[in-house]
Design a binder for this molecule. Structure first.
Ligand SMILES: CC(C)=CCC/C(C)=C/CC/C(C)=C/CC/C(C)=C/COP(=O)(O)OP(=O)(O)O
Length: 311
């Protein structure tokens, strides 16, 4: 499966490298000193969660992946229960135990991510988008759900908790769909097709076309639809970012803007995701940062005002 690791670290890097960018004035820096301390704690908590996700992912995608059995995943799940009950096995587990004791993090998305790894061991085709969506939820939507209790919802937010979780889920799904579209060729070389089989058939395509890896008009049209759907999930996610605590908005915007540009890059490669890897260049990446920062300044209230004004 497309690995979760690097993306995780993009977010961790954002959280770690730019931790002090949130307060725009000296006044707010001082008045938010308490939040600043809390933010430091939040960063550690997010790190602990992402390290766990990375280790989980490595079970099926890392160097020992070929030896991984469903039994090993059962043991990993048992270890997860121990972490949540305050009985960590090692120091990374201890960091997660500490996190779940401090934040209202639910165990369910963690269990679901392990379920996603089980699914990945036994399944290499997805009949329709419902099946693919479920897979994306397991391996990426879960990360969004794990993150919200730590990132926190802005105290001034009027949005329902449910809508913020929905947006977080949508961001995980959008990222994973993007990842899948970027890695079609790479996955095919491992005998895997993470695309809805019924939609491929409707477009007059089959697995063989993917293994052949020729960019045809049929393929371009199919890809246009897939990209459009991934963008819809990014749009859904956008609605929730402004509702997050101010310190969390900036890294989330940055990762959203950066990852969404991979879709543009697939288009720029004329939909050749068989042999060309879509990526976002350094300049574009750098340009995304001020854009992300600007958006992060817009908190929930300002956004409400903007919406009211435009109506
Ligand atoms: C939007 C709101 C309200 C909250 C944010 C909630 C969050 C943090 C959601 C993001 C979830 C996330 C990080 C999912 C990971 C999904 C993913 C596809 C990772 C891909 O990882 P790699 O394949 O390693 O990526 P690269 O190879 O591109 O680096």
């Amino acid at each position: 499966m497309p690995s979760l690791c690097c993306k995780m670290f993009t977010i961790i890097e954002m959280v770690y490298l730019f931790p002090r960018q949130r307060g725009s004035t000296v006044h707010s820096m001082i008045s938010n000193f308490g939040t600043q301390l809390m933010t430091q704690e939040r960063r550690k908590a997010i790190w602990a969660i992402y390290v766990w996700c990375r280790r989980t992912d490595e079970l099926v995608d890392g160097p020992n992946a070929s030896h991984i059995t469903p039994k090993a995943l059962d043991r990993w799940e048992q270890r997860l229960y121990d972490v949540f009950e305050g009985r960590p096995y090692d120091m990374y587990d201890a960091a997660l135990s500490d996190t779940v004791s401090k934040y209202p993090v639910d165990i369910q998305p963690f269990k679901d991510m392990i379920e996603g790894m089980r699914l990945d061991l036994r399944k290499s085709r997805y009949n329709n988008f419902d099946e693919l969506y479920l897979y994306c939820y397991y391996v990426a939507g879960t990360v969004g759900l794990m993150s919200v209790p730590v990132m926190g919802i802005a105290p001034e937010s009027k949005a329902s908790t449910e809508s913020v979780y929905n947006a977080a889920l949508a961001l995980g799904i959008a990222n994973q769909l993007t990842n899948i579209l970027r890695d079609v060729g790479e996955d095919a070389r491992r005998g895997r097709v993470y695309l809805p089989q019924d939609e491929l058939a409707q477009a007059g395509l089959s697995d063989d076309d993917i293994f052949r890896g020729k960019v045809t008009d049929k393929w371009r049209n199919f890809m246009k639809g897939q990209i459009q759907r991934a963008r819809m999930f990014f749009d859904e996610a956008e609605k929730g970012v402004s509702e997050l605590n101010s310190a969390s908005r900036w890294p989330v915007w940055a990762s959203l803007l950066l990852y969404r540009q991979i879709l543009d890059s697939i288009e720029a490669n004329d939909y050749n995701n068989f042999t060309k890897r879509a990526y976002v260049g350094k300049v574009k990446k750098l340009l995304s940062l001020p854009a992300a920062y600007g958006r992060a300044l817009l908190g929930p209230q300002k956004l409400t005002k903007m919406v009211t004004r435009s109506m």
